[in-house]
Ligand binder design. Structure first.
Ligand code: HEC
Ligand code: HEC
Ligand code: HEC
Ligand code: HEC
Ligand code: HEC
Ligand code: HEC
Ligand code: HEC
Ligand code: HEC
Length: 449
């Protein structure tokens, strides 16, 4: 911050005192039009009585300050697939509005944030779930019991709220099974993908909120990705939890720097600008490993493509699990290390990642052994058809999906209880149980009851 202000002062003084003003190519002109038309003022007026919460939140937002109105986000054309209602005052013209606002609308004014988001793993949230038969079976068949009336509730109340949905319309309104939700990867009826209000809740759309760990915690918790628990267990969470309420949260975008805060939050490490590292809405960009998959590999796959493919051709795909930094996993790690080195020295950072990476490599040895056993059992016909009733499958699933993720995420984010007791200790127990099921089945040639 300090360095940046000196540069700013030097730049201004050279403008004032030198005849040769130098390169002015970077000078911007932003035309701000705060005037609201009669129609956009009428939205605020009527809705101040009807939905005062929305109007109050909007009044406190940057959008309220710069005159971005209800109409600018909710107004749609008469033939838009998003249209849900006509809204107007008695005297005013009829206006077509949508109850939803997609990233396509935000992208009119925030194109960079939308593009970065669409290159991230967040953008495949809903699409990848739809593309996997195993996941569809779990939601509708096993959990929803194929019930003629009730089968949609597990996905609507669970998966969709975090992952998002492919939103469907019925009689001019979004269906209850797909909306409302705050899921990260919504696919909207206008074909655009993503959800900007997952972290910036409406109608404040504040950056202050998104910088706090609570903005991620509504989804990143629980047995299979306990990131908020991991954060609380880390020394960084310790510092944030003792004094975070007095830090400075509202610095301008890309100008939020150590000093405003003393320890990093989720946003600092995964998204925010720090020193000369730029802010990004691509949360996959600074990741070296994929640590949610059964076996962890380096992310050398470039950008995520699920959203862009969908928007081009309507293709429902698994996405790209190895998406990350466009220049590969080492470039990703270098950016993450840049974050650490804004507060720690290089030996601290190097040593930390040496041991954390080792824990991922150790995990992979367990996962490879377990996968081999499952493969051999399957080859011999010694796995049940209903995998959720099969003891070997369930042990394998818990080993990688729950315990194994905790082991890897705990190590890489500095949380000893998750790296160890909820992590490697449990993984070590799981594989022992799996070994004994495996041995019994191979010796008896039968699946136990
Ligand atoms: C005279 C009052 C009035 C005015 C003016 C008005 N609205 Fe509404 N609006 C309503 C009512 C009533 C509802 C329905 C509330 C309900 O269903 O609970 C509504 C609903 C909405 C919804 C939800 C849409 C849906 O499908 O339910 C949006 C979005 C909306 N208004 C935006 C706007 C915008 C943008 C404007 C300005 C162009 C506007 N409104 C002007 C009264 C008004
Ligand atoms: C910056 C864009 C933006 C502006 C400005 C905006 N909204 Fe919204 N609004 C949204 C988003 C995003 C949602 C969530 C839509 C979704 O879940 O798909 C939403 C949802 C809504 C809903 C439906 C959800 C609910 O809780 O009832 C209503 C009604 C609504 N807005 C009214 C308004 C009114 C009135 C104003 C003006 C005071 C306004 N909005 C200004 C983006 C905006
Ligand atoms: C008509 C243009 C326009 C639209 C549409 C729009 N915004 Fe904005 N937004 C602005 C302007 C102008 C600012 C103020 C400049 C800034 O802070 O970047 C702003 C600021 C923001 C900020 C920074 C707030 C802060 O606390 O500093 C966020 C976050 C944001 N917008 C999110 C959204 C989201 C999400 C949507 C879609 C639901 C959206 N915007 C739609 C113009 C728009
Ligand atoms: C509304 C729920 C939600 C919120 C809020 C949320 N995430 Fe996520 N996040 C997800 C889901 C779902 C996935 C998995 C997407 C997939 O691969 O299908 C994910 C994946 C990720 C990944 C891995 C991406 C990859 O390429 O594998 C990172 C890193 C991440 N989130 C960080 C964050 C951070 C940091 C925040 C807060 C600033 C945050 N998330 C807020 C739901 C959320
Ligand atoms: C509490 C929020 C939440 C719920 C509920 C949830 N997930 Fe997730 N899911 C996440 C997050 C966060 C991740 C990313 C974990 C990571 O990166 O380590 C994720 C990751 C995944 C992945 C791996 C990512 C990928 O791209 O393949 C799949 C598959 C998945 N979830 C499917 C589901 C299904 C199906 C359901 C419902 C049966 C569900 N999830 C329920 C938050 C949730
Ligand atoms: C995973 C959480 C998350 C999601 C989802 C998200 N944002 Fe943000 N956004 C942030 C964070 C964190 C910051 C603040 C970065 C910093 O520290 O300066 C931010 C900052 C912004 C800003 C201020 C300018 C900037 O780029 O720093 C705008 C505008 C914005 N977001 C728009 C959007 C739009 C549009 C979307 C939907 C495509 C979106 N955001 C989705 C977390 C999120
Ligand atoms: C001190 C920096 C730091 C903080 C704070 C932090 N993370 Fe991380 N996070 C990391 C690192 C480092 C990795 C592993 C990156 C790699 O692959 O090399 C990681 C990995 C992840 C992953 C796993 C991605 C995958 O491949 O499955 C998710 C999800 C995630 N973080 C979310 C969060 C959330 C949510 C928070 C806040 C509750 C948070 N992180 C706080 C540094 C941080
Ligand atoms: C905004 C400054 C800041 C950033 C950025 C930051 N840390 Fe920290 N970190 C701290 C503070 C403050 C402590 C507690 C210091 C102490 O007790 O000496 C801490 C403590 C730690 C600890 C506990 C061991 C110890 O020395 O206390 C580890 C490990 C750690 N950080 C790793 C990282 C890694 C890895 C990154 C980058 C992914 C990172 N930190 C980024 C400020 C930061």
């Amino acid at each position: 911050m300090f360095k940046k202000s000196i540069i700013a002062i030097l730049a201004t003084s050279s403008l004032l005192f030198s005849a040769n003003v130098g390169d002015l190519a970077g000078i911007k002109t932003l035309k701000i039009d705060r005037n609201m038309t009669e129609t956009s003022a009428s939205c605020v007026e009527c809705h101040a009585k009807l939905t005062p919460g929305h109007v109050n939140d909007w009044k406190e937002s940057r959008h309220g300050h710069v005159g971005v109105s209800c109409l600018d986000c909710h107004g749609v054309t008469a033939d838009s697939p998003m249209k849900t209602k006509n809204c107007s005052s008695e005297s005013g013209p009829k206006v077509n509005v949508s109850i939803m606002v997609s990233p396509k609308t935000c992208g009119r004014c925030h194109p960079n944030e939308v593009e970065e988001f669409q290159n991230s793993g967040h953008a495949r949230g809903a699409i990848q779930v739809k593309s996997k038969k195993g996941m569809q079976d779990l939601m509708y068949h096993y959990e929803g019991r194929d019930h003629p009336k009730f089968k949609d509730s597990p996905s609507a109340t669970g998966c969709v709220q975090c992952h998002g949905a492919i939103i469907e319309m019925e009689n001019g309104k979004p269906t209850a099974a797909t909306w409302p939700n705050y899921g990260i990867g919504n696919v909207y009826p206008d074909g655009s993908v993503g959800n900007c209000k997952s972290c910036h809740s409406g109608h404040k759309f504040s950056i202050e909120e998104a910088r706090k760990p609570a903005a991620c915690a509504s989804c990143h918790l629980g047995p299979d990705h306990p990131d908020i628990e991991i954060y609380n267990n880390s020394m960084h969470g310790h510092v944030y939890n003792t004094e975070g309420n007095s830090w400075k949260w509202d610095s301008a975008p890309d100008a939020w720097e150590p000093g405003d805060y003393r320890a990093p939050t989720c946003a600092t490490c995964h998204m925010s600008g720090i020193g000369n590292l730029k802010t990004t809405h691509n949360v996959s960009r600074r990741l070296k490993w994929n640590i949610w998959a059964p076996i962890s590999k380096h992310r050398d796959g470039g950008h995520e493509t699920a959203a862009t493919d969908y928007m081009k051709s309507g293709k429902i795909s698994k996405g790209n699990p190895l998406a990350g930094h466009p220049k590969g996993s080492e470039a990703a790690r270098a950016e993450m290390e840049h974050v650490c080195k804004s507060c720690h020295v290089s030996t601290h950072t190097k040593n930390f990642f040496k041991m954390a990476d080792m824990h991922v490599d150790l995990y992979n040895t367990y996962a490879n052994d377990a996968k081999k056993m499952i493969g051999e059992l399957a080859k011999k016909g010694l796995m049940k058809k209903d995998k959720w009733a099969d003891a070997a499958f369930r042990l394998w699933y818990h080993l990688w999906h729950h315990e194994g993720r905790r082991m890897r995420q705990g190590a890489l984010m500095g949380a000893p209880d998750y790296a160890h007791w909820h992590g490697v200790f449990e993984v070590q127990q799981d594989i022992r149980k799996l070994e004994s099921v495996y041995k019994n089945r191979m010796e008896s040639g039968k699946i136990e009851n």
